[in-house]
Design a protein around this ligand. Sequence first.
Ligand code: NAG
Length: 208
Amino acid sequence: MAIPIPEDMSWEEAGATQPLAIAVQLGRRAALTANKTLAIFGCGPLGLLVIAVAKAYGVRKILVFDIEQTRMDFAVSYGADVGIVTPKDDGSTEALAFSQDFTKTVIQMHSLEQSVNVSTEASSAKVCAQMAVTILKAGGICIQAGLGKQLTSVPLFLLTAKELSIKGTVRFRPGCYADAVDLVGRKKVDLKPLLTATYPLTKAGEVF
Ligand SMILES: *[C@@H]1O[C@H](CO)[C@@H](O)[C@H](O)[C@H]1NC(C)=O
């Protein structure tokens, strides 16, 4: 089961191939390829690694959404094409209508003409789960990766009307680690900007 790492790969990078393998699995579930537009909701570590994988796979355009400007800025510096700060749902509009209005504006503003082929949701916020569905073109794929809320409402009528696919993903499958090591080894993915500090294992508790 051990995956050899290239001579010139640091132990820090090798350690960080674990979360990258999760993004590789997401990329498999989403069938990320060239000529696709991808919308990522939530720019935590997973969202960032999905940007890296999507870039490496030649995805046409990557839009990222988050509620925090600083996260957004980092995501754009890390390779996203467009960073959009999601407005907070103040509850004055019904949640689905809010999502539909917002994604419609985004599509118009960035002249996407309904061409978001894949969306991924890693924030577990109800409004993001809905936006990840409303932003898709017909036949699109939505990947659910957030592990937060147990029950979130998804607009099922859009699933039917647009013949969408909703898939889940968690962790990785055989081959994902090898792909992750290959991507880093060939410099297709740079993990270094994500590594901000290194601690010995004995400090793990403190670090958490
Ligand atoms: C993604 O959607 C666009 C717009 O509908 C379409 O032209 C393109 O072929 C799609 N990409 C793939 C790989 O299916």
